[in-house]
Design a protein around this ligand. Sequence first.
Ligand SMILES: C[S@@+](CC[C@H](N)C(=O)[O-])C[C@H]1O[C@@H](n2cnc3c(N)ncnc32)[C@H](O)[C@@H]1O
Length: 303
Amino acid sequence: MSNMINERDICKDRGKGGRMRNSYPFLERPWFLVVALLGLIGGAFLISSWIRTSDGSLLCPMVGAKARVAENYEATSMQLKAILHYATSHIVPQQSLSEISVTLDVLKSLAHPCNFLVFGLGHDSLMWASFNPGGTTIFLEEDPKWVQTVLKDAPYLQAHTVQYRTQLRQSDSLLSSYRSEPDCLPSNAYLRGNHRCKLALDNLPDEVYDRVWDLIMIDAPRGYFPEAPGRMAAIFSAAVMARNRKGSGVTHVFLHDVDRKVEKTFAEEFLCRKFLVKGVGRLWHFEIPPASNKSHHSATRFC
Ligand SMILES: C[S@@+](CC[C@H](N)C(=O)[O-])C[C@H]1O[C@@H](n2cnc3c(N)ncnc32)[C@H](O)[C@@H]1O
């Protein structure tokens, strides 16, 4: 038998100068066979333990990484409701994809559940709340009937009615006269119970005053006809909340419809160009440091 093998080898494999080589050297060296066998057993053991501990990531690292991400990520019931809602509704939020992405990117970058205050209740509300899983998202709405309508279908949203003391047609006089009211001045501006300053939202639920807001979205109240409340008080109050922020970090303020005169001028007066970090479409994004950071703020002017 061994002679037959050797003959076959001789026919197949001839070295230079006609010198014959043996193709199966391990047959002549039993130690080689033992080492190879041990290597095979060790390799099989290693591979099987990797597969058990890393979901096959050794065989397909990308699949393993994705599986781990999926494992840690569980959609909240609010997010599932949002998917169902937007998948079956033909009414979509008014902000564009690129505008919405500005806020979503900030929420993702903060990487923790946030306190998110949103002016207005609308077709975007379920989306904003779903973008902030585990966090607190509160909506402030001017129209009590609209609050009821929205909450009937989405009782899991947290919404409060706000009474505005302003009208859009007063915007010019409010801007030119607010400095003559001491309670409107940046050095001592406050909101809760500030009846003298008409720009201050003085009658909000305590939770809104007591919470430190990480993000404030101003996409309401309505400001497209003279009797509408306009966004003057929302912009002023967001500026005061950001200035009075307790602790570290900035307040991210997003303002929509900056193509309109009132939104633009009140933003430049209270939210400040120097704190504007991004403008996309009709959305401006401000990062406002607390007033305790004296290097960024003046005592006499908001900007
Ligand atoms: C200026 S709009 C902005 C809407 C929001 N960005 C959206 O995508 O739905 C916000 C205000 O419009 C009013 N509003 C929005 N949708 C409404 C509706 N379907 N019926 C009545 N009022 C509505 C509410 O007072 C709300 O605060």
